[in-house]
Design a protein around this ligand. Sequence first.
Ligand code: ATR
Length: 280
Amino acid sequence: MDRYAVAGNPVEHSQSPFIHARFAQATGEAMEYGRLWCPLDGFAQTVRDFAASGARGCNVTVPFKFDAYALALRHSERATLAQAANVLRFDAAGWFADNTDGAGLVRDIEANAGVPLAGRRVLLIGAGGAAAGALGPLILARPAELVVANRTLDKAAALVARHATPAASQAVALRAASLEDAGESFDVVVNATASSLKGAPIPVAPRVLRPGTLALDMMYGPPARDFLDWARAHGATGRDGLGMLVEQAAEAFLLWRGVRPDTAPVLQALRDKLAGEAPR
Ligand code: ATR
């Protein structure tokens, strides 16, 4: 049976095995999907051993997305823009790296939340690996304006500079900003910072929202709660990162198996599972 896994550290709480098992069942694909814990100084060796054992590919999660990109011989365009990969396919001709995070985010916003991005004003908060994965696909969705706001302005500026060519060809007004100078009244706000994981305050002022703004945090469960509460308290529509998680997985499944699974039932099953596990 073809084998896959999610490689990371930590990896025990990953929902990817649940998601991919559902996809495999629904599409009739004969595959197994497990967890691959990697020591912080041993990502490359652990993944090489996994591939040598006959596995076909893996997902990659924090903190190894940059290492995964570096490990592959061939890269998708979106992985190259992000300089980070969340999917590896162990092709005999040389490993192929892709980044499906941004496509998953865009699909969750447009198809699941029902908010078309074309012509809209979008704020992306953060300039780390999560934001880097999102930016290219956000540009391809052709918003009128796209602001990347980050605590460290230089990092936002570097990310924006790397995306100048696709932004120009899609006619997207792309700029970098500090958190204080992010702007106001966006149609869509995406939190791609680690601030919620650290229990830090909401990184931007409420003026970035307007009534009805879609405010999405890439986290889910307790870490997303403060951001979603804040968004709703200011009249925005809060959305967690579970839909993005399922959509990026579907895109990886397509890359590996050539079949796109139906995501809606899996997203619902995952929400039910997590609601059942939540402390009362
Ligand atoms: P990841 O790969 O998950 O994106 P990362 O590369 O460490 O992780 O990036 C984390 C992001 O969260 C960065 O944009 C970081 O801002 P800096 O570039 O200034 O470090 C942001 N971040 C982390 N803690 C934050 C906080 N308390 N307030 C605002 N932004 C924060």
